[in-house]
Ligand binder design. Structure first.
Ligand code: CO
Length: 134
């Protein structure tokens, strides 16, 4: 069911410093910051030849990233995102096998303007998994 790795998301305490490190130290192509108020994050995408890295920083008072950074002050890998062709079919298939979908189970529009869902990390080896319909 899952297809390509769309991105790996890293929560960072200092977005500008992290972006500069990817640009100047790692020599990557770094995009502009985008505020995602619906998700409580500011994101910067880094384009790699085979996937993307999503740098995440809290936006607003109730950001889901805030608690993660309190537990991981230096930052850390927050989630990985796999592509699926049909997100509702994927959700139904996962739920039928007992996997839990976070939130109300309805896809939200993610950072690329496409529908996304998140799967409970306890059901996937401690890894928060995002599915994005492509
Ligand atoms: Co993501």
């Amino acid at each position: 069911m899952i297809g390509r790795l769309n991105h790996v998301a890293i929560a960072v305490p200092d977005l500008a410093a992290a972006a500069e490190q990817y640009r100047s130290t790692l020599g990557a192509t770094v995009g502009a910051p985008q505020d995602e108020p619906d998700h409580g994050v500011t994101v910067i995408f880094i384009e790699l030849p085979n996937t993307k890295i999503e740098l995440l920083h809290p936006l607003g008072d109730n950001s889901p990233i805030q608690g993660f950074l309190e537990k991981n002050p230096a930052g850390g890998i927050h989630h990985i995102c796999y592509e699926v062709e049909d997100i509702l079919a994927a959700r139904d298939q996962l739920q039928a096998k007992g996997a839990r979908i976070l939130g109300n189970g309805e896809p939200k529009i993610g950072a690329h303007g496409k529908p996304v869902l998140f799967l409970h990390p306890k059901d996937f080896n401690g890894t928060l998994v995002e599915l994005e319909q492509v």
